[in-house]
Design a protein around this ligand. Structure first.
Ligand code: ARG
Length: 544
């Protein structure tokens, strides 16, 4: 559904030949939308602005949508949408099978790389953010009709397994009996010994070579560590209510067999060159080269990411690849993308984007820590929020806090504030949804029916209708720019307008025609709130 302001914008653009910069009117007496295009054109043409405005009004045909246009002050154009048009747009929204979303004509295959925790380690707050953000992208893009392919690039390979396996053997541990908390503790013991014990470190390093060379004993322990980690990740996903499943797992180890082949290709084509014993890809704009094979013959994180891009393009046929990680990996991805372009793995027509997010801070403004001072795990955050609210509310509180500011920004984890049902919070949106549901429930219980929106006299009703008509456009923008905070902001405004509407316009207590029309307006608002909340990964409760 194209929104009313978008239609006006397009027509005014066609008449003037420039961007009309339509803005919501600053005061109700100026109508619903304003444009200063006449003032700008007048300046350029050296003509009186009101005259230019009059000329535009003469040529612009919007009588089907607006009241007669007004030229205000020095030459502003004021648009007031006809109330029957606004009413019709809400009715249309209510009947739209896509719920007001603009389904895409040409679906893309979009790979989203998110979550990606590391084997034998607990998920930390950073993984909370990537999981929530990636899940939101998944929901928004899927809702528009794109084919989303989630890729959970878990850290299931790499040199850390050398020390992990050595520690398991030293402690004679039976890995399958461990849970992830115990594995995490094992990881910490192994890391500490690796730092402090020279002999252990040497053994761990040779273990890496042994293990990556296919040693059965090492591989068995590795597999056990992976196997005990997966259920714990899945449990976290269940608690978070995100869409990830085992089908989306494509960890670092997936690409093992590709690495030597890919590296050889790069060497032969001359894209990679040997420098100080290491095989490197030099890309413009980066001081250090991207090392695809270390001087000891090993492959690192970047090589795996190159292999992943190659498969995502070649096998998964991605049109767009989105990576959601901590901001600090921005440089890594910029360089990997550039190297992949240079190597021909990432053709021009495939879009690759890194979406970086900021940190979760504690009340002291420093990276969030648990009470005992250790880095917070994802579970500890959920526990803290669930101490003060029911799980579906606590979850909405956390997700909203995560999504409602620019993703790049750090945010303060303050469960007391986040679970409030007033203010700019997830539960506030849920409450708005529950409250409008209650009105509709009551109407149903009293046998009051409704169909179309027919009366839209009150300015607050009109504002609510206008806001509803913008829904599809807002979601399009979020899908393009990957800015969930804009959807949050939109829904927050909508909930506020709904509250003003209740205050000014009685629903169940009004006369029959008005009542039916207002109920339909309520139903459309509920529909948008529910769809919006769901795209943010939040529950839309009927009662609260
Ligand atoms: N496992 C990494 C981490 O915990 C994130 C991986 C992100 N994805 C990727 N393709 N590199 O930081």
């Amino acid at each position: 559904m194209q929104s009313l302001p978008a239609i006006l914008d397009a027509r005014l653009r066609a008449v003037t030949g420039v961007d009309p910069e339509m803005r919501p009117a600053t005061k109700p007496q100026f109508g619903h939308y304003q444009s200063n295009v006449a003032l700008r054109l007048a300046k350029a043409e050296g003509r009186p602005p009101r005259e230019v405005a009059a000329g535009i009004v003469e040529r612009l045909d919007v009588a089907d949508l607006c009241e007669p246009l007004e030229i205000a002050g020095p030459g502003f154009l004021n648009f007031r949408l006809r109330s029957d048009v606004l009413a019709g747009s809400v009715t249309e929204l209510l009947e739209d099978t896509a719920g007001g979303l603009n389904k895409v004509n040409h679906p893309q295959r979009v790979v989203i790389d998110y979550s990606a925790p590391n084997v034998a380690k607990q998920m930390h707050v950073g993984h909370l953010r990537t999981t929530i953000i990636g899940d939101c992208f998944n929901r928004v893009l899927s809702a528009l009709g794109h084919e989303v392919i989630p890729q959970n690039h878990i850290g299931d390979w790499g040199t850390q397994f050398g020390m992990l396996i050595e520690e398991v053997l030293d402690e004679k541990l039976d890995v399958p009996t461990l849970d992830l908390t115990a594995a995490d503790a094992l990881y910490k013991r192994a890391a500490a010994r690796f730092r402090e014990d020279e002999e252990f470190a040497t053994r761990a390093r040779s273990r890496v070579a042994l293990f990556q060379g296919g040693d059965e004993e090492s591989l068995t322990i590795w597999r056990q560590l992976v196997d005990i980690s997966k259920p714990a990740f899945n449990e976290a996903y269940r608690r978070l209510g995100v869409l990830l499943t085992d089908d989306d797992l494509a960890g670092e180890s997936t690409y093992n067999d590709d690495l030597p082949v890919l590296v050889k290709e790069l060497e032969e084509s001359g894209v990679a060159v040997v420098d100080n014993g290491a095989l490197c890809v030099f890309v413009e704009g980066f001081e250090a080269p991207l090392i695809v094979r270390k001087s000891d013959g090993g492959y690192g994180y970047a090589t795996t990411d190159l292999a992943a891009i190659r498969r995502r393009v070649r096998d998964l046929k991605a049109d767009r690849i989105i990576y959601v990680t901590d901001l600090r990996q921005g440089g890594h991805f910029a360089q990997v993308f550039a190297a992949a372009r240079k190597a021909g793995f990432l053709p021009e027509h495939v879009v690759a984007q890194h979406v970086g997010y900021g940190m979760v801070l504690g009340p002291d403004g420093r990276p969030f820590k648990t009470r005992d001072g250790s880095a917070a795990t994802l579970e500890s955050l959920l526990d803290a929020a669930e101490e003060i609210a029911a799980p579906n509310i606590a979850l909405a509180a956390i997700k909203y806090a995560d999504l409602s500011n620019g993703l790049q920004k750090d945010y303060t984890f303050d469960p007391e504030r986040m679970v409030q049902t007033t203010g700019d919070t997830g539960p506030y949106l849920q409450y708005a949804h529950a409250r409008v549901s209650q009105i509709l429930r009551k109407a149903q219980a009293e046998g009051i029916g409704y169909g179309a929106v027919t009366v839209l006299e009150d300015p607050v009703e009109q504002q609510l209708a206008l806001q509803l008509s913008r829904f599809g456009e807002v979601v399009d923008e979020v899908a393009q720019q990957l800015t969930p905070h804009k959807l949050c902001g939109y829904l927050y405004e909508l909930a506020g307008q709904l509250a003003s509407f209740y205050e000014a316009c009685p629903v169940l207590k009004s006369e029959s025609d008005v009542r039916a029309s207002r109920l339909a307006l309520c139903a459309a608002t509920k529909q948008v709130l529910a769809l919006g909340l769901r795209m943010l990964g939040m529950d839309a409760p009927e009662r609260m």
